[in-house]
Design a binder for this molecule. Structure first.
Ligand SMILES: [Zn+2]
Length: 107
């Protein structure tokens, strides 16, 4: 009985792996550029001994890139309507010059 269950589990895992590989091969063959990140992940996965390190670093690198992008965006000049009165406010305005609404959260 235990052997049957173990065999079923192994078959299920093997089937899932085969299905995942088929999906990955399809994605890696897709040249639309839509799945570029996933493609890189797949290439790293099948790339050999460096695969573990690569797949570990990718999300962290993305987070770091996102943080840098957010920092850059916060520093960049902008002009947008005040959420309260609709008058244009810029990155230089801590408070809205028209209605006095606090615009920038204290750093
Ligand atoms: Zn305002």
């Amino acid at each position: 009985m235990m052997n049957t269950i173990a065999t079923a589990i192994v078959l299920a895992v093997a089937g899932a792996l085969v299905a995942a590989m088929i999906v990955m091969i399809r994605i890696s063959g897709d040249d639309s550029g839509k799945h570029t990140d996933l493609k890189q992940f797949v290439e790293a996965l099948f790339g050999g001994s460096a695969s573990l390190a690569a797949s570990k670093e990718t999300p962290e690198e993305r987070q770091a890139e996102k943080a840098i992008a957010l920092q850059a965006a916060a520093k960049q000049p902008f002009t947008e309507p005040c959420p309260a009165c609709g008058d244009p406010v810029t990155h230089q305005d801590v408070d809205c010059p028209s209605c006095g609404l606090r615009l920038l959260s204290p750093q």
